[in-house]
Write a protein that binds this ligand. Structure first.
Ligand code: SF4
Length: 300
């Protein structure tokens, strides 16, 4: 998932990094300037989750009002349930490999995923999760063998740390930027300083870039190191085939400003309990359709 292909490497080295070095990022939009405008959150007493800042499913941002102000949980669609299972699978496959636990997919899936209620043993989701697990392990084994053969005198710890330089589901606080709870970053490649975010989606959407952008700002705010490259990892399924596409990009000023604008608008909705109203068209995948429909009918 997080290994760069030959083409990705070429794009990174010949397009994205040269552009990032030439254009640069405005100092005021580096996460370590969280205590100054424009990064400083307006509302000290209000915090919201990263998904609320980045999600663009609702054109009026009413999803934030319904979820946070009114406390609605929403009804997850099958796509959301599948996405949760795939995220959990990637996290566990990587971490068990890195920690040297030779867990089988079958035993883990039935004991952990099912008990968490993430999946009601949907056979298609299970089969897709198995494919993701097997691919992740195959990549990890291949990388480890390749690096071991080229560095025969390195320690095991050193080999793992360089062959698989990934912090998986890294926990980090986003409170300096007005975010709530401990965030989970799908993956941070600490050798190349790339933030990865997984999307289990057939669609490639521009706003998915807001997630790696937000995480890069958070990493900069906490660790005070620059993070200039983000990557959305698309996991797709066509019949029985698993397809991985990557959108690798420079986290430029425009993306950073967009993220800050979204955060400010949504913090305002929550802090002032503002109902932004209904859009003309609601997304079929919106989790809050039930709540909104009931309210809309009551208001008519
Ligand atoms: S149902 Fe419509 S108005 Fe309500 S949160 Fe979803 S997209 Fe927005």
């Amino acid at each position: 998932m997080f290994f760069l292909s030959d083409i990705d490497q070429k794009k990174l080295l010949n397009q994205i990094l040269p552009k990032a070095r030439k254009v640069g990022v405005s100092e005021e939009l580096r996460g370590w300037n969280w205590y100054k405008s424009p990064l400083k959150p307006y509302y000290d007493d209000t915090k919201i989750p990263m998904y609320s800042v980045c999600s663009q499913y609702c054109p009026t941002r009413r999803d934030v009002f319904v979820n946070i102000v009114k406390g609605a949980k929403g009804v997850p669609s099958k796509k959301v349930i599948q996405g949760s299972a795939i995220h959990e699978t990637v996290r566990t496959a990587f971490n068990t490999f890195i920690e040297g636990q030779f867990t089988s997919f079958e035993s883990w899936y039935s004991s952990v995923i099912t008990s968490k209620g993430v999946v009601n043993i949907d056979p298609i989701i299970k089969e897709r999760s198995r494919n993701v697990w097997q691919l992740t392990w195959a990549y990890c084994e291949s990388r480890l063998r390749d690096l071991s053969s080229r560095q025969p005198y390195a320690s095991k710890r050193d080999i793992i740390a360089t062959a698989l330089p990934f912090l998986i589901e890294h926990r980090i606080t986003g409170e300096l930027l007005g975010l709530s709870g401990l965030l989970k970053i799908d993956c941070f490649d600490y050798l190349r300083d790339i933030v990865f975010d997984i999307k289990v989606s057939d669609e490639s959407l521009d706003w998915y870039r807001l997630y790696p952008t937000g995480y890069s700002l958070v990493i900069e705010s906490v660790y005070e190191v620059p993070v200039d490259v983000g990557c959305t990892v698309y996991i797709r399924f066509k019949d029985d085939n698993l397809i991985i596409d990557k959108d690798l990009f420079f986290i430029n000023d425009d993306l950073r400003s967009w993220w800050v604008e979204e955060r400010d608008e949504k913090l305002k909705i929550v802090s002032q309990k503002l109902d932004p109203g209904f859009p003309n068209i609601c997304s079929e995948d919106c989790m809050y359709r039930l709540e909104c429909r009931v309210e809309e009918n009551l208001n008519q």
